[in-house]
Design a protein. Structure first.
Lengths: 163, 162
């Protein structure tokens, strides 16, 4: 395990203690994390299946509106996730499953960035019935695989330490 | 209660409660199933309430099957997780509330899809607001499924372990 002593001040901070010792803050953050998960998974399920061609109804442009709900879900989970980390920073930093989960989140972010920069503009111009390019399906497939992996790793965190 | 004693003492229950890898795999499967079922409910109700109104409602038809499959997954993983601690869960108010919310949420989802079938073609094609009845059903369905998540999370903090 690498040295996590630089996280000690965060662990000793008032906000960390508040989350750690409150009987209701942590459970509330967890509940929000699950609600955010549902928003994110629900939106990505519709968007990715539409980009894969499993769902065909509606223009890509109309379906991509749902990415706004995915962003809301991600924002909820980023903030609640920061709350978890702050409550017990050294434990999370030493948990290899947490590191793996964060790597997958980063990859999912890069996947979205690639989609926004290289794919979105061309796709929204397509007519509703047009077949989508193979590289778009790759992005959608990565998205589904990454988010499923993120959920699995998140649920397994307590197996290797507190988290 | 005899049944619960039998279930709690069964080899299946031991397999779940004594094997951490099995237990966490069931939790992960349960979380994915939740994401699909409640995610579907969130997207459908948001759309019916007017968000992304250009999306045709027919896009949800095919997802209905996946959602039922995910519900089946959560029924199965739920029974296995329950078997690890049946005597304490059956008297845990948040657990019973969660089951109640899921039952009511299921009926509401069915009522919402019935209501949507009765809407004019312009509504399901997209661009036209759904009836007040459908929009109200969508809002209540959204709230009840959210309540199921909240009560489910509280179980972990209130249930006794053997």
């Amino acid at each position: 395990m690498f040295d996590t002593s630089f996280l000690k001040p965060l662990h000793d901070s008032a906000i960390s203690e508040a989350i750690r010792f409150s009987p209701w803050i942590f459970p509330t953050l967890e509940t929000l994390h699950f609600i955010g998960l549902c928003l994110l998974v629900g939106a990505m399920m519709v968007v990715d299946f539409r980009l894969l061609g499993i769902l065909r109804a509606g223009s890509v442009k109309s379906v991509l509106r749902l990415t706004h709900l995915a962003i809301v879900g991600f924002a909820i989970n980023l903030l609640s996730g920061i709350g978890f980390f702050v409550s017990s920073p050294e434990n999370y930093a030493q948990n290899p499953l947490f590191a793996a989960k964060m790597i997958l989140v980063l990859l999912a972010g890069l996947n979205v960035l690639w989609f926004e920069l290289a794919e979105r503009q061309a796709l929204v111009a397509l007519p509703a019935s047009a077949a989508l390019p193979g590289r778009t399906r790759v992005v959608a497939g990565f998205s589904i695989a990454l988010w499923l992996g993120i959920i699995v790793l998140g649920r397994f965190l307590p197996l290797l330490g507190i988290g | 209660m005899e049944f619960l004693d039998w279930l709690g003492a069964s080899s299946l229950a031991h397999w779940v409660s004594e094997n951490m890898l099995v237990y966490y795999t069931l939790l992960a499967g349960h979380a994915i199933g939740m994401g699909i079922v409640v995610g579907f409910v969130y997207m459908l109700s948001a759309r019916v309430m007017g968000f992304g109104i250009d999306i045709p409602l027919t896009i949800f038809d095919r997802l209905y099957h996946l959602t039922w499959a995910a519900f089946g997954l959560n029924f199965a993983t739920g029974i296995l997780l329950f078997s690890a601690n049946p005597r304490n869960l059956i008297v845990n108010p948040p657990f019973l509330l969660k089951l109640g919310f899921i039952a009511v949420g299921g009926v509401l989802l069915w009522a919402l899809s019935r209501s949507l079938e009765g809407e004019p073609v312009a509504v399901s094609a997209g661009g036209t607001a759904a009836s007040a009845r459908s929009r109200t059903l969508a809002l209540v369905t959204f709230l009840v499924w959210t309540a199921a998540i909240v009560s489910g999370r509280i179980i972990a903090y209130t249930v006794k372990y053997v």
